[in-house]
Design a protein around this ligand. Sequence first.
Ligand SMILES: [Zn+2]
Ligand SMILES: [Zn+2]
Length: 258
Amino acid sequence: MGFAVSDELLGTVVPIVVYWIYSGMYMCLGSFENYRLHSKSDEEEKNLVSKLTVVKGVLFQQLLQAAVAILLFTVTGGHAGASSQQPSSFIVLASQFVTAMLVMDTWQYFLHRYFHENKFLYRHLHSRHHRLVVPYAFGALYNHPLEGLLLDTVGGALSFMLSGMCPRTSIYFFSFATIKTVDDHCGLMLPGNPLHIFFRNNSAYHDVHHQLYGSKYNFSQPFFVMWDRILGTCMPYSLEKRAEGGFEARPTKEFKED
Ligand SMILES: [Zn+2]
Ligand SMILES: [Zn+2]
């Protein structure tokens, strides 16, 4: 029991640490002009919020989400329907992981899309995330705190419960989901990035969504692009070289105007 509670706490705290380490690594790589999706000056001109405000916003949200998660563990006694034993079979572990990814993607797609289609929710909640027209790694979780709770905390809880994974596995799953989310906002297309080999949903794919023309497209996050493809909201793009160096994700389909 003591270990189970400690694993649940780790499942909450480790992804926060991973977030800052992984995004910190990307900030060090940010000067690699030849791999950036936008120039530095674009980042300064187009973004509507300062980096300090983003750091404070993300930290506040992470604290709030951790507090809510710990409260949930306390109320449920640490047993939210999942088994406390980590399965030894690789097949079982892998299927739990994939199930959790599909649950999280499904939850996030429909809620994210609704946050765009409902003008009230967009204006009051989701527009905060879109203040970053030029995304960067530690801005990945810059959201309205209520959106963070609905999208990430509830989505995470559902993935955890429906996949049947144990708290120990969830430490790895939530850390991986955090790495994937940060990577999708890193603003770089680095050659050989293993996540870009396995996932079509990557930093260029999500960059399209962050552009002003992209608010009706590429809602899928953080893993697969299936819901965009099934429901016709996928915006294909070509990766063009920019004159100043780096790349640009340029849409290859007509997009709908407002
Ligand atoms: Zn959005
Ligand atoms: Zn984003």
